[in-house]
Design a protein around this ligand. Structure first.
Ligand SMILES: Nc1ncnc2c1ncn2[C@@H]1O[C@H](COP(=O)(O)OP(=O)(O)OP(=O)(O)O)[C@@H](O)[C@H]1O
Ligand SMILES: [Mg+2]
Length: 236
């Protein structure tokens, strides 16, 4: 089954075209990565899926054409987005940030279960529940941002550079949590990253984005073995 299917996706800002016709898909339960350097269009790709930037092309989510839907409708349909730079509410407590994530849900029991799951996934957040999000370290904010997105019970999670600005230790903790989400929950994920090593270890397939176009695609193993990719993204 296919979770997300995108055809001929273009997007940009005003007169500036950034994406020039992307075709890709994410299978249900699959973790998929889009690798790209600074300015390649990774963030714009996720924003186009979420409907927060002008876009054209076909976007099918769980069999429904969603390209004409508002950002709000897309979020309610089950696409969660963890933005670059995390986007937590700095003046709100960790606890309230999590509450906001689940605010549209009516299943109180499911919401409580997901809160327990998030705190089990990121034990660092437990001790910090009453602290303001703005006081957290970068890595803790990344955990909170992912936790908040999970509180909305998404069926597809978009992650914008979850490793950005994190120490190697925190990065590996965040990716271990994503691995658990994939293995224990079967959560479908689309990750955009510059960290090829960790993201290709998590993902089953990937695409390589350069200047708004794909210049490569394949299984994670094939991409990992590719010399050009090793040079560009693995410092090899
Ligand atoms: N709000 C905006 N207005 C105009 N141009 C923008 C805007 N945001 C991004 N761009 C341009 O779009 C292009 C792609 O940007 P995007 O943020 O999607 O890249 P990225 O791959 O996420 O880069 P990074 O790794 O630095 O986050 C860049 O040339 C950028 O300057
Ligand atoms: Mg970006």
């Amino acid at each position: 089954m296919i979770s997300l299917e995108v055809r001929g996706l273009t997007a940009g800002y005003g007169p500036i075209g950034v994406l020039h016709g992307l075709d890709f898909r994410v299978g249900a339960g699959e973790a998929c990565v889009i690798l790209g350097a600074n300015g390649a269009g990774k963030t714009t790709t996720l924003r186009a899926i979420s409907g927060v930037v002008q876009r054209a092309g076909d976007i099918t989510f769980d069999g429904q054409a969603v390209e004409a839907w508002s950002a709000d409708a897309i979020a309610r349909a089950g696409i969660g987005h963890v933005p670059q730079g995390r986007g937590t509410f700095a003046d709100m407590t960790v606890d309230d940030n999590l509450r906001v994530g689940g605010v549209l849900r009516k299943d109180v029991r499911g919401c409580a279960n997901d809160r327990d799951f998030v705190l089990d996934l990121f034990p660092r957040l437990v001790e910090r529940l009453s602290q303001r999000a703005g006081q957290l370290s970068g890595g803790e904010q990344q955990m909170l941002a992912i936790g908040r997105a999970l509180m909305a019970a998404p069926r597809l999670l978009l992650l914008d550079e979850p490793s950005l600005g994190l120490s190697p230790l925190l990065t590996s903790q965040v990716f271990a949590a994503l691995q658990r989400l994939r293995d224990q929950r079967g959560l479908t994920m689309l990750i955009v990253e510059q960290n090829a090593e960790l993201s290709l270890a998590l993902a089953s397939r990937g695409y390589v984005l350069e200047a708004g176009q794909f210049v490569g695609a394949g299984s994670a193993a094939a991409l990992m073995a590719d010399d050009g990719i090793r040079q560009a993204y693995l410092g090899a």
